[in-house]
Design a protein around this ligand. Sequence first.
Ligand SMILES: [Zn+2]
Ligand SMILES: [Zn+2]
Length: 292
Amino acid sequence: MATGQVEVVILGISQDGGVPQPGCRCNTCASSIEEPSRRLHPVSCVIRGIDGSIHLIEATRRLDEQLAMASSVLGLGTSIIPETLCLTHAHLGHIDGLGQFGKESMGLSGVPLFASDSVVSLLRGRDSLGPFDSRIVQPGVPFSPSEGCGFEYTLVQVPHRDEHSDTHAVMVRGGAKRLLFLPDHDDWGQTLTMAGSKGIREWFSSLEVDVVLLDGTFWDSDELEGRDMADVPHPTICESLSRLGERREGDPRILFIHLNHTNPVLDPKSEQLRRVVSMGWGVAEQRSVIVL
Ligand SMILES: [Zn+2]
Ligand SMILES: [Zn+2]
């Protein structure tokens, strides 16, 4: 059914482990056990094109619930079948729903899967591409996932623990606006060097993006008691806020995603969330829709 607009539905805002994270006894995870509305899925989006076609970014292990959520938000009644899939990288939380496309569940074949050469090679080596028709994408080159969908993707390379595959952000360009989906990167210094930009503002401005779903995994560097945060490098929200300062006229909307279960912004009453919002930025919400 043609809708005439490109809609992005946010289906998950948590880091790969989700909330509750398996086996975790923290307060955030515990409170989500009795309160299903506090359960969070790993990051993923569905995009409905202007022709009604359905496209998925990331295949998480909560694919079943996320497709049902997309169907509910878009008012489609029955569970939806993604016509294409685009992947940022090959860390487990972003790909462990791939098996759901195969014989044991949806029974699909030939689903176009867009990803970098290194992600496709890795998945081929693990024999994970059975249901897919893989299409290798070059970074920086826009492409349309299907004819008539009314939007284009562009992969933008970012540095991120590349032990399995390289990593990209995905830019989605609709008829009126551009969105950047950037769930994982290691640190701002390396990312900005790779982008050839002096600051975050300059980089986003060069990409001409209107909305950014940005890696906000951790609030600050004291967050993982008993674990070395160098094992899981991400720029903290505190660092992003101090580099950005307050939102200025002409800045994109920045919404933090990929939140670890330990991140205090997950508490709607937290001082930390108030600070993000008071500076003009935000935290993304599951089930929200962004029109491009
Ligand atoms: Zn991740
Ligand atoms: Zn927890």
